[in-house]
Ligand binder design. Structure first.
Ligand code: ATP
Length: 238
């Protein structure tokens, strides 16, 4: 953990669906430039945490701060304008639009200029997309569609990128390429909060990984824990 002010801070956040808590008293921090993991079993509250940050679901109690400013009660478009981007589960790309057209839709969300440069950087980061820039997104492989979904969020120039299970449903070799992509995204200085089911891979990649269970924080792991299967399993299953 760095000494800098967190870019994202959750303080004792509780989210309820119809009165039933899905996230309970969750506190976590992401410093600028960090890639932080959020793992846990199905139904642990991972997606709900991302949706609460994005303003898609209301926070019952607690506080969410981006760069020290409260996001509570803000609609998703205001949260997006403050520099937060969410890549939801399921690689939602516009199948009939070309790769470049998909990216241009992402550019529309930019707060500042520099769109051409952002496109160039995206193609630099994802050479496979550059090769397919005029092809319809629907003909890309699952892994390439995931790259496109991430690239489309990146061209908007977010300060904070929220990723919801980018490796879901991908073949193992493709999962490797997604994790390599995330490492390169971090190297570019983008701050990332990564929700994943692939615990070991995430713990190995992330600067720090929070383990959620039943809506609450169960453990905080570091890359050194990735090779400690017993600790990993204990944190996951305790
Ligand atoms: P998964 O890995 O399966 O996506 P998750 O850790 O992301 O799980 P959430 O999707 O955040 O978990 O769900 C947390 C809890 O909230 C679960 O019990 C789930 O059934 C419930 N839940 C999620 N979305 C809703 C909703 N829209 N309405 C009611 N309950 C919901």
């Amino acid at each position: 953990m760095t000494e800098r002010r967190p870019l994202l801070e959750l303080r004792s956040v509780e989210v309820r669906y119809g009165g039933v808590p899905a996230v309970r008293g969750l506190s976590l921090e992401v410093a600028p430039g960090e890639l932080v993991g959020l793992i846990g079993p199905n139904g642990a509250g991972k997606s709900t945490t991302l949706h609460a940050i994005m303003g898609v679901v209301p926070v019952a109690t607690g506080e969410i701060l981006v760069d020290g400013a409260s996001l509570l009660g803000r609609p998703p478009e205001t949260v997006a304008r403050s520099g937060v981007a969410l890549v939801p589960e399921g690689r939602r790309v516009f199948a009939d639009f070309s790769v470049e057209e998909n990216l241009r839709l992402g550019l529309a969300a930019r707060r500042n200029g520099g769109g051409i440069e952002a496109l160039r950087e995206a193609f630099d980061l994802f050479p496979a997309l550059a090769e397919s820039r005029r092809r319809p997104a629907g003909v890309l492989s699952g892994g390439q569609q995931q790259q496109l979904a991430i690239a489309r969020a990146l061209v908007a120039g977010p300060r904070l990128l929220l990723l919801d299970e980018p490796s879901l449903g991908l073949a193992p070799a493709v999962v490797d390429s997604v994790f390599e992509t995330l490492d390169r995204v971090r190297e570019r200085g983008v701050t990332v909060l990564l929700v994943e089911q692939r615990a070991q891979r995430t713990v190995a990649l992330a600067d720090r990984t929070y383990v959620l269970a039943n809506g609450g924080l169960r453990a905080t792991l570091t890359p050194a824990d990735a090779s400690d299967t017993r600790r990993l399993v204990a944190a996951y299953l305790a």
